[in-house]
Structures are given as structure tokens and as C-alpha cells.
Design a protein around this ligand. Sequence first.
Ligand SMILES: Cc1cc2nc3c(=O)[nH]c(=O)nc-3n(C[C@H](O)[C@H](O)[C@H](O)COP(=O)(O)O)c2cc1C
Length: 302
Amino acid sequence: MTIQFLGKTLKNPMVLASGILGNSKDILERVHEQGCGLVTMKSIGPEPRDGHKNPTVIDLGHGMINAVGLPSPGHLNMENEWKDLEKRDFPLIASVYGGSVSEYQRVAKFVSTKKPDFIEINISCPNSEKHGMIFGVNPQSSHEVVSAVKKVINVPLIVKLTPQALDIGQIAKICEDAGADAICAINTVGPGMVIDIESKRPVLAFKKGGLSGPMIKPVAVRCIFDIYKAVNIPIIGLGGVTTGEDAIELIMAGASLVGIGSAVRYRGIDVFGKVVKEMETWLKAHSLSIEEIKGAAHKEAL
Ligand SMILES: Cc1cc2nc3c(=O)[nH]c(=O)nc-3n(C[C@H](O)[C@H](O)[C@H](O)COP(=O)(O)O)c2cc1C
């Protein structure tokens, strides 16, 4: 099931989502060996950052709630990881975040010298200079950060969007106009909160957190559908994918590649290979190819 994506040939359309399995070459390589076409690193920030106190991730059964708080060693403190990753033989997305346009630019420029295949900017994180506002909900700041980063990197740029945007199609189009080569959607949904009624306390130490896993899939499908209508660049669709049928649904909404995050917990690190097999079985049973189903939900019903 090889697939072309921004000039690279991938062995299949599956992508490891950012933040799920860290940044060490050994684990990312294992994910690739277990059937994942393209792997994403955990988001890398400008400074060392501890993240939030535990508990940071809770499994709710129908999905997860997390407030990890973007822990990062900082882009300048990853020499060992970069050294290992430069010798990899699998395609890699490096994910970057910042608190201001200039921080995004600084980190992305540095990361670009480490030769990932793609750079993804996570403009869905809530610790910007603008008092906790997420870059990706604001058309102007989305345009500013994408065009600033695009100027200083020499690999294709992917922009990761938040479902909290009022009009995610509009934000995606703005990012395309500013120079994005692809869109990744969605980041976690929320924030939400879960209270343990026996202790009468929120279950997360940070109290609020982002939702992921099966419960967010309908939000992801709607966002991908809206983005596909608005842009001409490819979409990495993710949010709630656990099975091959889920992946096919996101492709019908308009995704070119399909990411998996929470389902690594539900089905194991070999979830990627399992999902590819399930997709192949479904496509064969319906005598269809991936190309034929891409964006199929946009066509008028017969
Ligand atoms: C524990 C955890 C940590 C995450 N960390 C990041 C991160 O560092 N950067 C990022 O862009 N997204 C991060 N995400 C969001 C995922 O990449 C993904 O967009 C989201 O979980 C939806 O996909 P899923 O339903 O398959 O998990 C994280 C998600 C989880 C559950």
C-alpha cells in the first residue's frame, strides 16, 4: 500500500501521532518496523520544560484525557537523539512548538538543520505569549507563524490544527496561503474535565485536559471534511482511529494519510500493521482502491 506524500514514497498511509512515543530513535524505528509509514516526534520546544504534575493521562475507556503540558528537553538539549536520528532509515516528522512567532521560528530553523523529512508546527498548544491563546484559533497569528517558519526551513512544512478553531477550514486555507505544504488535523479536543465523585476532585493534577481516542472521531471527521473543502494541499487526518474502518472513514472525509495516537495504548505498538491489514481487507471486499475512496464523502450521492 505504498503512497506518495510531498515527494516521498511511504510504505503505507499510517502515521504515528506526535507525543505518543517520545523521541528516541529505537522506539520510533520499532514503530516503523511494526507497520507505520511515517513517524512523528514529540513536540520540541524552545526551552527545557517539565510539563504538568501527575496524574497527566487518564484512560476513560472510550478515549483518554491528558494534560501532559508539553514536557521538552528544549531543542538545544537533544544532541544524542539528533545524532541517532540522523542515521535513521525511516521517514520522520519533527514536531515543533513555541510561545511566540519568533520562538517557533528559532526552534524550527534549528530543527531543520537536523534533517527531518518534514517539520510539523503544533499551533494547537495553549502557551503562547498571548495569554494562553492558541495560535491556531486566530487567523492572523496562524498566518504569521506559518509564513515566519516557512522562510527559515528547507523541508516541507506541515501545520497541525486544533478543532477549537471557529472555522477550521478558514484557518487551513490561511495556512496554505502562508506556505504550508500539508495540514495535520486534529489535535486533542477540549479542554475537558473529569471529576472523581468519591474524592470530589478533578482526576488530572492540571484539572483540565485534551480528549483523544474513539470519542473524538466524529469531531475529527467533520474537521477533515471542512479542511478538504477549503484547501488543495494534502491532509494528515487523525483523531480516534483504532481500526481499518476508522481509517477509511477519515480518508473518505479527505485525509491522504491517517495518524494514530491513543490506539497505541488500546491495541499495542503493532496497531499500525493491524490497521493497514484491515484497510486492505475492506478495500478488497469492496473492489476499491485508496485513491477511489479519498474524499468520497464529498461527492453527491447517486
Ligand atoms: C498523551 C498525549 C500526548 C500528546 N502530545 C502531543 C504533542 O506533544 N504534540 C502534538 O502535536 N500533539 C500531541 N498529542 C495529540 C496527538 O498527537 C493527537 O493529535 C490526538 O491524540 C488525537 O489522536 P488520537 O485520537 O489518535 O489519539 C498528544 C496526545 C496524547 C494522548
